[in-house]
Design a binder for this molecule. Structure first.
Ligand code: FES
Ligand code: FES
Length: 162
């Protein structure tokens, strides 16, 4: 450790946060270790698996490839924030109902990524859903049930809007 700590201020799930962080600390480690937000997972640590996905200024990013210091002044949202707001309650329910999660390791990131797609509006088809989720690795489900769940929510939301 070279002890290079930086003060950062940011908004996390709607709350102001000010912390000193090591210059090399990743965003996902910062969220998990410093803020106790352990819903974002760490898998490969190399940008491959997507388990560390969080939202930075409204856009999903890999938390293992983003440094905490890069988030100074930014707005970060995690699965905890999305969950608490109720914004993805329908997605969470569909994942459970359709067995789209088994070990659950990939699930928070899948939900965030699916929500990004669905927030864009319209009714994405299965190929589009699959493509959008392709950066998120799931070792358990074979993806079929995940696509089913996201498709069902896309249809339900489209119907609900009218
Ligand atoms: S832990 Fe970040 S992509 Fe795998
Ligand atoms: S449910 Fe286990 S990795 Fe996706």
């Amino acid at each position: 450790m070279d002890g290079m700590a930086h003060e950062i201020t940011l908004t996390v799930n709607g709350e102001p946060v000010a912390e000193r962080v090591d210059a090399r600390k990743t965003l996902v480690d910062f969220l998990r270790e410093d803020l106790g937000l352990t819903g974002s997972h760490v898998g490969c640590e190399h940008g491959v698996c997507g388990a560390c996905t969080v939202r930075l200024d409204g856009v999903i990013v890999r938390g293992c490839l983003t440094l905490a210091v890069q988030c100074d002044g930014a707005t970060v949202e995690t699965i905890e924030g999305l969950s608490d707001s109720g914004a993805i309650a329908d997605l969470q329910e569909a994942f459970e109902r359709r067995n789209a999660l088994q070990c659950g390791y990939c699930t928070p990131a899948m939900l965030l990524t699916a929500q990004e797609l669905l927030s864009a509006g319209g009714m994405p088809d299965r190929a589009t859903i699959r493509e959008h989720l392709s950066g998120n690795v799931c070792r358990c489900t074979g993806y079929h049930a995940i696509v089913d769940a996201v498709e069902a929510v896309a249809q339900a939301r489209a119907g609900a809007i009218k």
